[in-house]
Design a protein around this ligand. Structure first.
Ligand code: PLP
Length: 440
């Protein structure tokens, strides 16, 4: 825990003490919020304090916390059966879920593998790419996050602590992602498209070096843990073109950005780019652990036993997933994400004009990053400034999460109303004013 914000209440203190004794220290908790319950766009701590939630359990509660449709479906299914052993037997619910999910995806994505988490959905994509192409290397981006099991961790590199002491890793080449605000090139690029072109040139060079031994490129269409970094519009179409020219698979990690978070079901759709393999998790289960990897049937040509698991196709997860997808479609959550996203983005951009400590604001739909700096000219990371905003906002009842080195990510439930968004902006601005030394 980095920040003790408002003094925790009595019950929170008790649980924090017990937690410290028995729970691994490795979790990434930023501050002393002790969860009790949640509904819709609100969460409560164990001392009864209510918070407006701009974090959605890290982009999981897309349909809102404790969504009544999801609760009903999971309860009903629990009374029928929980586990079918889908690796060894057949069952209808996982097929129902997959058929429904495919109706949200481009038609070439027509075959799925079911698992329980984001990292597993990436492991599956990684193994599939290596199996299908018979090649060894994959490419991933600097600052990316794909999970923490050894395959996905070999790609992940958004923070040194995630990788320290875990090597040797699987064969992965890391290349630059077009993070224009902190341009990775020297001399610095003058425009986003130039940054995109320079990154694509580097990628092409690496593709040529790895000639005939590169299986896939893994990319988050919008980098998540690395700081909610939106690439220039030309980047992902350019990457697709390079993958086609060099006969390399394009694997889209939509674990955080997928399921309408950015307004379209897949974040890739914002960039009119079609991936070969898609990994989904987080929001797709409505809060129940669920991971899915989707590709074309001709690509998923591995034999019986090449990949399987115990809990994939879990009946509670599939019941939750079906209710979640139906709810998202019926309530047009993609459109709401765009509408509320516009309000929030505008609010944060206005704040950027008013406050010296906000260096950059970026995002699509309800995936918005606010980057804190010491000053607009220096662009020095505003790590303390960000910490103060997280703390002050939580004291005033707004739950936020960090990302990257000095970014606050905003990823509320996709059901958020205009009034809730405006209330959140007010609290956020109060916190920023405080961190900015009380001005303006
Ligand atoms: C883009 C992305 N991929 C993969 C993962 C890993 O997911 P999990 O923590 O469920 O293993 C995450 C988690 O934050 C993520 O944001």
């Amino acid at each position: 825990m980095k920040y003790i914000c408002r003094p925790p209440g009595k019950k929170s203190i008790g649980i924090l003490k017990r937690d410290e004794k028995v729970i691994s220290r490795s979790y990434t908790r930023e501050y002393s919020f002790v969860f009790r319950k949640a509904r819709g766009c609100h969460v409560w701590d164990v001392d009864g304090r209510k918070y407006l939630d701009f974090a959605a359990g890290v982009a999981v509660a897309g349909v809102g916390h404790t969504n009544p449709d999801v609760v009903r479906a999971v309860r009903r299914q629990a009374g029928i059966s929980i586990h079918a052993g889908f690796a060894d037997f057949y069952a209808e619910l996982p097929v129902d879920f997959t058929e429904l999910l495919l109706t949200f995806l481009p038609s070439h994505l027509n075959n799925a593998f079911l698992s329980n988490s984001g990292t597993e959905s990436i492991e599956c994509a990684y193994k599939l790419a290596r199996w299908h192409t018979k090649r060894k290397w994959v490419m991933a981006f600097n600052n990316c996050f794909h999970g923490r099991t050894m395959g996905s961790l070999s790609m992940t590199n958004s923070k040194p602590v995630q990788r320290d002491r875990y090597g040797p890793f699987l064969p992965v080449k890391h290349v630059d992602f077009p993070y224009f605000y902190r341009c990775p090139h020297r001399p610095l690029c003058k425009a986003p498209d130039e940054c995109s072109d320079n990154c694509l040139n580097g990628i092409e060079k690496t593709m040529k070096e790895l000639k005939n031994d590169l299986a896939a490129v893994f990319v988050e269409p919008i980098q998540g843990e690395g700081g909610y970094i939106v690439p220039p519009d030309s980047f992902l179409p350019g990457l697709r073109k390079l993958c086609d020219e060099h006969d390399v698979l394009l694997c889209s990690d939509e674990v955080q950005a997928g399921c309408y978070r950015t307004g379209t079901f897949l974040a890739m759709e914002n960039f009119r780019t079609k991936p070969d393999v898609v990994s989904l998790s987080k929001a797709v289960g409505g809060g129940v652990p669920l991971g899915v990897t989707v590709a074309n049937k001709s690509l998923m040509d591995w034999p019986h036993g090449a990949h399987a698991n115990t809990f994939g196709g879990n009946l509670l997860a599939c019941a939750g997933g079906i209710a979640t997808l139906k709810y998202m479609r019926r309530h047009r959550l993609g459109e709401n994400a765009k509408r509320i996203g516009r309000i929030l983005l505008k609010g944060f951009e206005d704040m950027k004009d008013r406050y010296e400590i906000i260096g950059d604001v970026r995002g699509k739909g309800l995936m918005i990053g606010i980057e804190f700096v010491k000053g607009k000219n220096s662009r020095q990371y505003g790590i303390e400034e960000r910490g103060t905003v997280l703390c002050k906002a939580s004291e005033k009842g707004l739950l936020l999460l960090a990302a990257g080195r000095s970014v606050i990510r905003v990823c509320p439930p996709l059901i958020m109303t205009r009034e809730q968004a405006l209330q959140g902006l007010d609290i956020f601005e109060d916190a920023v004013r405080h961190a900015n030394g009380g001005c303006p």
